[in-house]
Structures are given as C-alpha cells and as structure tokens.
Design a protein around this ligand. Structure first.
Ligand SMILES: Nc1nc2c(ncn2[C@@H]2O[C@H](COP(=O)(O)OP(=O)(O)OP(=O)(O)O)[C@@H](O)[C@H]2O)c(=O)[nH]1
Ligand SMILES: [Mg+2]
Length: 438
C-alpha cells in the first residue's frame, strides 16, 4: 500500500502539473489529500475539517503579489497539514536535577526501546543520564535495556524479585545521590489491560512522583491512539507522548493527528528499531518531509519574502500619507483583526488617530463597521477624491449605508486628519515601523 507521503506527493504533483488552477483542480487536489489522509486512518471529522479549511483559504485568500495561485494553494495545504498535527514543536525541558521521566504503555508498544533511545538522545545533548528498569513482569527486561545501551555509558539499575515501586524508588535514590541529570524509568506492559496499566501507573506516580510521565503509543493503531492519549491525560496531567513505529505503518498520520487533537504533547516519534531512530517531534519538519521538503521550502520562502515586501511597501506608502479613503478604513479593519483594538491603536505614536482609543472597544468596532458601509455606498470618484463630497452626495451616501450624515462627515474628517498626521509623522518613521501594516 502506498504511504501517506507517496499519496500526498502524488496528489500535489498532479495539482502542480494541472493546466490551470481553477476550482476543479483545487477540488481534485482536496480529494487526493482526503484519500491520503483516510488511508492513513485520520479521523473522518478531521479530514472534513482540513478539507473545508483548504477549500476556503484556496478560494478566498489572495496570493501575495508575484506569487502564483498554484504556490499559494500548496502553501495552504502545507500549513493546514501542520495545523492538523498541532503546530507547536516539542522541546526538551530538563527543569530540575535530577529530572525523572517514567515511561508507561501497554505491552509491546516500544517502551523499553524508547527509554533506551531517549536516554541515548539526551546523553548526546550532554546530560548525565541513567536508566531504571522497573519492569518485573518481562523476563530479561533489564538485559534488554543493557543490550540496547551497550557501550553508551548509561547505567541501568534493576533488582530481581523486588516490587516495581521499590525498584523505581531505590534506583532514583541511587542515581540522584550520584549526581545524574536525568533518570528514565522503564515499566512493565505485560499481561495487563489498560485499566491495570493505569492503576500501576497511578501507584508508581504516587510513590515516585516523576517529573514527566511518558506514554509510549504504537502508531500502527492509527486514530485509536487518540483514545489512549485521552485516557492517559486524565490520569497523568504532566504527561507527554511518544509515538513509536512510525516507520512501519501508513497509519502513523492517523495516530499523530488523533493525539494532536486531544491536545496532548507529542514529544518524540520512533522511526525504526535502532537506538538512533528517534526524533523530537516537529510538525513543520514532519509535514515538510511528507511533502518532499526540497522545493516546498523554496516556495514557502518566496511567499514569506513577498509578504514582507508587501507590508514594507505598504507601510512606506502609509507613512507618506498616500492612501485612499478605502485603504484607510481597510487598515482600521486589519488592525482590528490583529488584536484588541484599543491596545493596538494606543501604540500608534500619533495623538488622536481617528479618536478611537477614547471610545470603548465596542463603539470603535461599530464605528469601523459604519465606515465600511459608507465606503461601499460611495462611487469610485468619491472614494478617489472625497473633496467632491457636497451635502447632497453626503445625504445619498448616508442613506445608502444606513448611517447618519454626520457619520459620513466624521469619516472624511478623520481620513483627512490622519493623512495629515501621517505626513507629519514621517519625521519620526522609526516609531511607526514597529506596527505591521499590510
Ligand atoms: N520499526 C520499529 N520498531 C520498533 C520501534 N520501537 C520499538 N520497536 C520494536 O517493537 C518491539 C517491542 O519493543 P519493546 O521496546 O520491547 O516494547 P515494550 O513496550 O518495552 O514491550 P513490553 O516491555 O513487553 O511491554 C521490538 O521488536 C522493537 O524493536 C520503532 O520506532 N520502529
Ligand atoms: Mg519493555
């Protein structure tokens, strides 16, 4: 069966070679992505959500100047896939010494392997790392760990015949007093139901109070991983998640998206049986590789630059006081989208810029809406040159927009005032440049 990556790439490459980027081409791309995600066992609801978002953005958002619609759509697909996986990259946070990480999970998910991999990973980052084998069920569990870590100078603590909590406590004590930075605890997963597992985890958690509980989930179960993550998250709020065997199944995408959906933190993904086959989870990097990062990266970079240029060029125009009435109101709307209006406007170094900070937030928003309506009742001539507005035109516009005549007059007055102030403010442009206007 083709992998998620192969399916996504082929959908994208069909889109890229399509003769035109019309509705049909976009719909076909979306269908290809849907198919890929469903085969990867991504939840149907999530597939629907991402399809809707891609469709909406592909048709409604304008590509920055110089960027083709095709590239814009590819960027949208990339960003929405990243969003599907939770956007935020995982990070290593060893906040205290020793930092105790306990790995838990049902049988055969890859706990022992992951503990060894993470121990090795952290060791390479320069931490002093030790491992405790608190698995009392699996014969030879400690040997398995020692074998995996052979030659890595990472000690393994185990005690045959003792209780799991005892082993864990003693191991942590010993390694703490020896000055280790990180202590990883491997636990049992054998012959247990999920309820049993949760119970043992709770006992260990109470006794050991690890700084981080790591749930090891086998990604081959696809979207079922979300259920595990949810149950686990309830029992262990300090938890993070490792998804293993991402290399062996096409369903890894389903597992990742389902876990991300629960809001749980995906920390690592396991990508093979060897000690080095682990990576800190980074949605952007992961999606980039799925789609074939090479030329995707250059597309993204070009778009970023184009957007930068647009905003700088625009900012300069604004600084020169070169903007139309329509642009003026549009800017206000844009600024409003960026965050609490009053806070943003108060950052403008110009006193009295359209007098908005003095109004309440809601009043300001209503005013901008009225102004927007006014703009829409104006003719092109009036918009280009508001000085043609006489009282009969003002009356007509006010009626058309459903506002008072004084609203129209106020808008024009504010527009003129703002332009004048902007021109004056050119003398101190550095103050204005801090505010992104695009
Ligand atoms: N391909 C691949 N295999 C993995 C990965 N992680 C673990 N495995 C394999 O999965 C099998 C089980 O791994 P273990 O680490 O023993 O799993 P466990 O959770 O400790 O198992 P129990 O202690 O018996 O519950 C082993 O054969 C590992 O080599 C991975 O990321 N990719
Ligand atoms: Mg094990």
């Amino acid at each position: 069966m083709p992998s998620l990556s192969e399916l996504l790439r082929s959908a994208l490459s069909r889109f890229r070679s399509a003769t035109s980027v019309d509705r049909r081409a976009v719909e076909e791309l979306i269908r290809g992505i849907q198919r890929a995600l469903l085969i990867a066992d991504v939840n149907v609801e999530l597939v629907k959500r991402i399809s809707d978002r891609i469709r909406e953005r592909a048709f409604l958002e304008r590509a920055p100047p110089g960027i083709s619609r095709r590239d814009h759509v590819i960027r949208v697909v990339y960003e929405e896939l990243v969003r599907l996986l939770g956007e935020k990259p995982a990070e290593i946070k060893i906040e205290k010494k020793p930092y105790v990480i306990m790995a838990v999970g049902i049988q055969g998910t890859g706990k022992t392997t992951s503990v060894a991999k993470i121990a090795n990973y952290l060791k390479k980052l320069g931490y002093r790392v030790a491992v405790v084998c608190a698995d009392t069920y699996r014969p030879g569990a400690a040997d398995q760990l020692r074998q995996l870590l052979d030659g890595r100078e990472i000690p393994v603590y185990h005690e045959a015949g003792a209780d799991a909590a005892d082993i864990a406590r003693k191991g942590v004590e010993r390694f703490s007093s020896n000055g280790y930075d990180v202590i990883l605890i491997d636990t049992a997963g054998r012959h247990r139901s999920q309820e049993d597992l949760m119970r043992e985890m709770e006992v260990l958690q109470r006794e050991i109070k690890p700084d981080e509980v790591m749930l090891i989930v086998d990604a081959t179960i696809g979207q079922m991983a979300g259920e595990h993550a949810k149950a686990f998250h309830k029992a262990a709020p300090v938890g993070s998640i490792v998804l293993t065997k991402m290399d062996t199944s096409a369903r890894g995408g389903g597992a990742l998206s389902a876990v991300a959906e629960t809001g749980a933190r995906i920390k690592f993904i396991g990508t093979g049986e060897k000690l080095e086959d682990i990576e800190l989870f980074n949605p952007r990097g992961y999606v980039g590789r799925l789609l074939g990062i090479g030329d995707l990266e250059s597309i993204l970079e070009r778009i970023r630059l184009a957007e930068l240029e647009v905003s700088e060029e625009k900012a300069k125009q604004l600084l020169r006081g070169e903007f139309t009435l329509e642009e003026f109101v549009k800017q206000l709307k844009e600024v409003r989208k960026m965050g609490p209006l009053s806070k943003l406007l108060s950052r403008l170094p110009i006193p009295g810029l359209p007098d908005l900070p003095q109004d309440s937030l809601r009043e300001a928003e209503e005013k901008i809406e009225r102004w927007w309506a006014i703009i829409h009742s104006m003719t092109a001539e009036e918009k280009a040159d508001p000085s043609v507005l006489n009282s009969s035109r003002i009356r007509r516009i006010a009626r058309g927009a459903g506002v008072m005549e004084r609203d129209v007059k106020e808008l024009v007055k504010q527009y003129k005032l703002t332009r004048k102030l902007m021109k004056r403010a050119r003398k101190a442009p550095h103050k204005l440049m801090g505010l992104r206007m695009s």
